[in-house]
Structure formats: structure tokens, C-alpha cells
Design a protein around this ligand. Structure first.
Ligand code: AMP
Ligand code: MG
Length: 413
């Protein structure tokens, strides 16, 4: 990575400024499609979900037991009542005769006239009667109609990214098909004469292309369609050609490597010919050079080449852009707080995103630890880690300090 041609006096962007600029320039898709609720995992809702019914639809039993009128129970604590009917889940019983109890099972509708359920552990069947013992509270063990969802209420709003529990809730109000925003298609290619594809024999001076795989996995994780244009050699014509093909087919173009302005970096030069590009030096570690632009109205993000920088800049910059393009309402990752299990005596002018692991000490107290190498080429750090520790600019850290934490569960979803 060669950034000799950047003006050293030029002010670097902070990470927050870079994210803000990117989000200002990103547009949400308006294209929608109708899909099965069952196939909607990870998709983004394009309509609110309004319930046309109560959930549960009727008062029903939360227990296996007996149902009766509270007023028919004896104050002495023991009551014997004839069993007048049996009501299983999915079946509607008759009105409950006064002075009787009905056998009832979990999920079965409470019959008209009844108001209290007694769990079977407090009941003993004796011939055609049930003997009920113990303290009973009026209205016990009844799940009320509309307790979960009231008819007419909005249970989910536009822009919500659907998780398994969301799919269940939509199904619980009886909706089998939903409108979602169309998937964002991302065309990717890696640049570099040094790159070999995994499966190819080893060659002197070459390395395997890991970025293609990392990027592909990152994009799959956030539900993108991928057009993989493979690997492009370090020359202007090949880079222009790949960039044009990408712009024709995709909603977003994303590249790795070649994004500085060194002699062997052709990404900026290619886009200068085809569209417009801004090169940013972001005051962060790992990362630094990130490019943003457009080719024939297709937005472009150029990530750095170093494998850890690709991972981190994707999570911090590309992911929020894609989430915005997907019309997702939840764009930025939530930060959590963790306790440092390490000292960080060197302060630096750039914000650091340090690969960390959460470990419980002997007292069961969770602390965060850092990987032995934080070099931007050491991809093993990202495999070892559970997330990124955010160390602010010009800051040292002492064991026990509270730090911001970006968990991979936030960044990779
Ligand atoms: P560049 O930004 O192109 O100067 O690349 C910076 C560093 O990342 C160099 O050491 C490259 O060899 C390495 N690199 C670039 N692209 C890839 C890739 N696709 N897979 C693995 N390493 C890469
Ligand atoms: Mg390169």
C-alpha cells in the first residue's frame, strides 16, 4: 500500500466523518417484491405489518387442568365438582354448566361461563368428579385474547430486517406473503498482480486471494446478491473494463486493493475516466485509504488491500452503506461497553479498532483481551477475535478501563 502521493498536510477524516459522508451519499432502494414469509429471513420489510386479529384469538388455557367458575369453589379449600366436558386444544367446548368443572388442556379455549383454571397438580379425579385442593385465585392460568397482539395494532414497521422471531410474529397474525425491498446486488473484484486463486499451485512472489472470500462471506451475511468479477491485474485497461462491467450489472461496486495513489494503484485512475471518485484518508487503524465514488450512477466503494483492513473497513463503512441501500432502518452497529484486561500505553493520532476476545477471569468477571499482533496483514487476528475494541484517538488504556466494543454479532449481521 503506497500512500506517498497523498498530501501529508491534508487533514485526515475521522471515522465518524467518513461514516457520515458515506451515509449522506447513499440512497435507499424503492424496488419491492412479494415473497413468502417463510423465505423472508434477513430481508427488509417494505410494508408495515398490521394485525387483523387478536393473538391469541380467544381466552385459552395456559395449563393442563380443570376449568370452572370461581364462585363454585368452596371457601374451605376443597371442592368436589362433577366433570361436565373435556376440551382439548383446537376444539370449542359448550357453555359450562353451573356447579361443574371441565377437563381442559393447554391452548384450549376457555368455555363460556368459566373464569378460572386449576392446574392438574391441584386436582384429583375421583370417578366422574374432580376434587380440587388448595388456594385458587380467580382468573388464574387464563391467557387472555389479544394479550400478545391486539387487533389493528402495527406489529412491525417498514425497514425492519427480519429475524427468525419476526418471521414467527408475522406468521402468528396469519400473513403468508409479505412485501420486502429487493436485494442489493454488489459487484466485487480484487486487484493485484500478486494474487493467486485458492486451488492454484503456489508460485514465487504470489499470495492467495483471501479478500475475495472474506468479502463474499461479509456480503452473504447481510443478504446481498453478489456478482463476482474475480481478480483484475494491475493495469488501467483491465481495471476500466472490470469497472464498466460491474456498473452495468450491479447496484454497488466494491473492490479491494489498488485504492491508494501509488504507481501500481489503478482504481482511482479507472474511475476518474468513467465517473467520479473521492479518495479519503481516514484516521483509523487498520484501514486508512478508502475510496467512494460512482460509475454511470452506480455507487462505488474501494476498500484497502490488506486483509484485516478489508474486514474492518467493510464492517465500519460498507455495511452501513449497504444497510441504507437496502432501506433498512437499523443501519449503524450498537456499541457495547467492556472492561479492559490489558494496558495500551502507546497513544496514537488514529482511532484503533483492535481485535479482541472476551474472557471470564477466575472471579467470573468478563474482560477483553487483545490479539498478539494487530498488523493489518494478520488475518488470524480476526478469526481469534469476538469483536473490535475501539480505542479513541490520542488515548492510552489501563487495565480495568471501560472501552467501547463492537461485537461481531452486530457487525456481521
Ligand atoms: P494494495 O492496497 O493493493 O497496495 O494492497 C495492500 C496489501 O494487501 C498488499 O500486501 C497486497 O498484497 C495485499 N492484498 C491486496 N489484495 C489482496 C487480496 N485480494 N488478498 C490478500 N491480500 C491482498
Ligand atoms: Mg495492489
Amino acid at each position: 500500500m503506497n500512500d506517498c502521493c497523498f498530501n501529508p498536510n491534508e487533514k485526515m477524516l475521522t471515522t465518524d466523518e467518513a461514516i457520515r459522508f458515506l451515509l449522506e451519499r447513499s440512497k435507499a432502494t424503492e424496488q419491492v417484491e412479494t415473497i413468502k414469509t417463510l423465505d423472508s429471513l434477513g430481508r427488509v420489510l417494505a410494508e408495515p405489518i398490521i394485525s387483523t386479529l387478536n393473538v391469541p384469538p380467544m381466552d385459552n388455557s395456559a395449563m393442563d387442568g380443570y376449568v370452572t367458575r370461581f364462585s363454585d369453589l368452596d371457601d374451605s379449600g376443597e371442592t368436589s365438582l362433577p366433570i361436565s366436558q373435556r376440551i382439548a386444544a383446537g376444539h370449542v367446548g359448550n357453555n359450562l354448566e353451573t356447579g361443574t368443572a371441565a377437563r381442559i388442556f393447554t391452548g384450549a379455549p376457555v368455555p363460556e361461563g368459566a373464569d378460572t383454571i386449576i392446574m392438574q397438580e391441584q386436582c384429583q379425579q375421583q370417578g366422574d368428579n374432580v376434587v380440587i385442593n388448595g388456594k385458587i385465585i380467580k382468573g388464574d392460568h387464563i391467557r387472555r385474547a389479544g394479550e400478545d397482539i391486539a387487533e389493528g395494532s402495527e406489529v412491525m414497521s417498514i425497514g425492519q430486517k427480519l429475524r427468525p422471531q419476526d418471521m414467527g410474529l408475522i406468521a402468528s397474525v396469519g400473513i403468508a406473503d409479505i412485501k420486502v425491498f429487493k436485494k442489493v446486488t454488489v459487484a466485487i473484484f480484487s486487484t493485484g498482480d500478486e494474487l493467486l486463486m485458492p486451488g492454484d499451485p503456489v508460485e514465487p512472489g504470489k499470495i492467495y486471494n483471501s479478500n475475495r472470500y472474506t468479502l463474499s462471506g461479509l456480503l452473504q451475511k447481510i443478504d446481498c446478491e453478489i456478482i463476482d468479477l474475480g481478480c483484475v491485474p494491475d493495469n488501467l485497461d483491465a481495471t476500466i473494463d472490470a469497472m464498466q462491467r460491474a456498473a452495468e450489472q450491479a447496484d454497488l461496486i466494491m473492490t479491494t486493493g489498488g485504492v491508494s495513489v501509488g504507481e501500481e494503484d489503478y482504481v482511482k485512475a479507472a474511475i476518474d475516466k468513467l465517473g467520479s471518485v473521492e479518495m479519503w484518508r481516514v484516521a483509523m487503524k487498520p484501514g486508512k485509504p478508502v475510496a467512494f465514488g460512482e460509475v454511470n450512477n452506480t455507487p462505488f466503494i474501494g476498500l484497502p488491500g490488506n486483509p484485516v483492513s478489508v474486514f474492518v473497513t467493510f464492517c465500519l463503512f460498507a455495511r452501513p452503506v449497504i444497510r441504507t441501500m437496502q432501506a433498512c432502518s437499523d443501519v449503524l452497529p450498537r456499541r457495547m461497553q467492556v472492561t479492559a484486561g490489558f494496558d495500551w500505553p502507546r497513544k496514537g493520532p488514529r482511532r484503533e479498532f483492535v481485535r479482541g476476545q472476551l474472557i471470564n477471569d477466575e472471579q467470573g468477571i468478563q474482560k477483553v483481551h487483545t490479539y498478539s499482533s494487530q498488523s493489518s496483514g494478520v488475518l488470524t487476528s480476526t478469526v481469534w477475535a469476538h469483536g473490535l475494541i475501539e480505542i479513541p484517538e490520542n488515548t492510552t488504556v489501563k487495565m480495568g478501563d471501560t472501552l467501547n466494543w463492537l461485537d461481531f454479532s452486530e457487525l456481521l449481521s
